[in-house]
Design a protein around this ligand. Structure first.
Ligand code: SF4
Length: 181
């Protein structure tokens, strides 16, 4: 035990330091997002994440939104366990045939008005996988999509930008969104 302890002391910290200079940009973006959430979603935006067949690269970036560095809860963004509590569906793809029915049912279970964001190149267009006997390709081939966030995978900053894009669209086309109910 003592040997291990001494070795740890001798080795020191070997991980890379977290770069923090973009904090101000993140903060600025978060404040704008929060302002829109306060105005249009009564202070809190509930997101249900659905993995419709991704490689989990997109999920890693989505998980990062909740880590202590990004901490998007402070901007009023919450991830929920049920589509019945969600305003927004965040879908990663491509949509495998096995997940097609589950995705449709999740969409139907989400209360109106609801918005769908397709996250990542696979969700946007099927990516490497395209459409095949095992794959439906893009999320928009299965359910209506309001916003696409491209990237393989998109960064947490890009995800926040995409959410902001959704809210701006919501602002500009609120009549259109309510018609969809
Ligand atoms: S976009 Fe890239 S990271 Fe996301 S599911 Fe497709 S291959 Fe994986």
């Amino acid at each position: 035990m003592l040997r291990l302890f001494l070795k740890t002391l001798k080795t020191g910290v070997i991980t890379e330091r977290q770069k923090r200079p973009k904090d101000s940009e993140l903060e600025r973006l978060g404040i704008v997002v929060k302002r829109h959430i306060d105005k249009h979603f009564s202070g809190s935006l509930a997101i249900r994440e659905i993995d419709a067949g991704s490689c989990n690269g997109c999920e890693l970036e989505i998980h990062a939104l909740n880590n202590p560095f990004y901490d998007v809860e402070r901007f009023g963004i919450h991830f929920v366990a049920s589509p019945r509590h969600a305003d927004v569906l965040l879908v990663t793809g491509p949509v495998s045939r096995h997940m097609q029915t589950a995705l449709l049912r999740t969409y139907e279970a989400t209360p109106n008005p609801k918005w769908v964001i397709a996250v990542g190149d696979c969700a946007a267009c099927g990516g490497e996988f395209g459409v095949s006997y095992a794959c439906c390709g893009a999320v928009s081939n299965v359910i209506p999509v309001d916003v696409v966030i491209p990237g393989c995978p998109p960064t947490p900053d890009a995800l926040l930008q995409g959410l902001l894009g959704l809210m701006k669209k919501r602002c500009n086309y609120s009549a259109y969104f309510y018609q969809r109910e």
